[in-house]
Ligand binder design. Structure first.
Ligand code: ADP
Ligand code: MG
Length: 345
């Protein structure tokens, strides 16, 4: 009897202990739940968007929010979207400007100034004339280019208080920075979520956020500008930040047996011909990486590398001789992967 009581006591005790252990195990399991991935593909800003989000729970809502962020930005800054701020500015030559857009315009004119006008968001009259990558793309006549050049002049834009005015007939085109700006907006959003890491590509601009599952640097492939879409020249390892590429293969018009691309030299009105065929820029800021990739593509290797220094950015330039130039800060992080190319010392 005594023994039976004792046995019962022991049994209850063990059961209680098991329950505690089980609860502890469940709690530990919840805490150590593996970080999973949520992937999403879509089209916005006239380009392909891919999202890879790392988090402990499904990130479906966050990925939808990110799509909304990109679409809202396009609706605000695309010159093609009727009713957008830039559409209105291009029609009225004057516009009320919120602080967000004012900061973008100010930053754009800073790059205009530093690049000696190679990067110029007043290039719209020319880009819309060529319209490369869209319906109705064509090679304009010399006269048309000459006329359009009269309206390409960053010094004619006035930003003051909460207003902006441009010269009558001028057209602003933020196409060179839209994708990088989208990366910046997404980064600001992710900082207020439980997402631990993310790789978001908005066309040629890629945001690398937080940590990947391996807890290592992010590995980004630099596309082969003369290969198929899956081919790459090499890879670069980077911490968090944004990587933007501008290339002469991205949007092209084939006419009269020639190939014309979409990055225009504001001095000539023609597709830029600096000897570079691809420019990749790495920066903490998406705006900066996107603006500088376009600017350096126009400027060419020497001046482009100098411009990167001014913005504390790094870059990988490829010229038409298939030589790859890597800025000093990235030299140890770049690995060549293609025999077609050589890395300059
Ligand atoms: P993508 O938009 O294909 O990623 P870029 O970032 O280099 O490539 O931007 C190219 C776009 O920038 C063009 O389609 C045009 O809208 C605009 N653009 C072209 N030339 C210039 C220039 N010299 N300065 C500023 N914007 C430009
Ligand atoms: Mg750009």
């Amino acid at each position: 009897m005594k023994n039976a009581k004792l046995r019962k006591g022991i049994t209850v005790g063990v059961t209680a202990l098991l329950a505690v252990v089980l609860i502890a195990l469940v709690a530990a399991d919840a805490l150590s739940q593996r970080v999973g991935e949520t992937d999403k593909y879509g089209v916005a800003m006239g380009t392909v968007i891919t999202q890879r989000l790392f988090s402990k729970k499904s990130a479906e809502k966050e990925s939808e929010d990110i799509t909304d962020i990109i679409n809202a930005l396009e609706d605000k800054i695309s010159w093609r979207k009727e009713g957008s701020d830039i559409f209105t500015l291009n029609r009225n030559y004057i516009m009320y400007c919120d602080s967000d857009l004012k900061a973008v315009l100010d930053a754009s004119f800073d790059v205009w100034d530093s690049s000696g006008g190679a990067f110029d968001i007043t290039v719209g009259k020319l880009t819309s004339l060529w319209n490369i990558g869209d319906e109705g793309a064509r090679v304009p006549s010399e006269k048309e280019i000459e006329n359009a050049l009269d309206y390409v002049d960053g010094s004619k834009v006035r930003i003051s208080g909460d207003g902006v005015t441009v010269m009558k007939g001028q057209m602003i085109d933020l196409g060179a920075v839209g994708k990088g700006l989208a990366c910046d907006k997404i980064k600001a959003y992710l900082e207020n979520t439980d997402i631990s890491g993310a790789v978001i590509s908005v066309g040629g601009s890629v945001l690398l956020y937080g940590e990947n599952t391996a807890g290592e640097k992010w590995k980004v492939a630099v596309r082969d500008p003369r290969g198929d879409s899956g081919d790459y020249v090499g890879t670069v390892m980077i911490d968090e930040g944004c990587v933007s590429t501008s290339g002469d293969y991205e949007r092209v018009l084939e006419a009269d047996g020639k190939s014309y691309h979409h990055i225009i030299d504001p001095k000539t009105g023609m597709p830029a011909d600096s000897g570079l065929i691809s420019v990749t820029v790495v920066s903490d800021s998406g705006f900066t990486s996107d603006a500088l990739s376009t600017a350096c593509f126009v400027l060419g290797k020497e001046e482009g590398m100098k411009l990167l220094e001014k913005y504390n950015a790094q870059g990988i330039f490829i010229d038409s001789e298939y030589t790859v130039y890597v800025s000093d800060g990235l030299k140890g992080d770049f690995s060549l992967n293609s025999e077609k190319y050589t890395v300059s010392e």
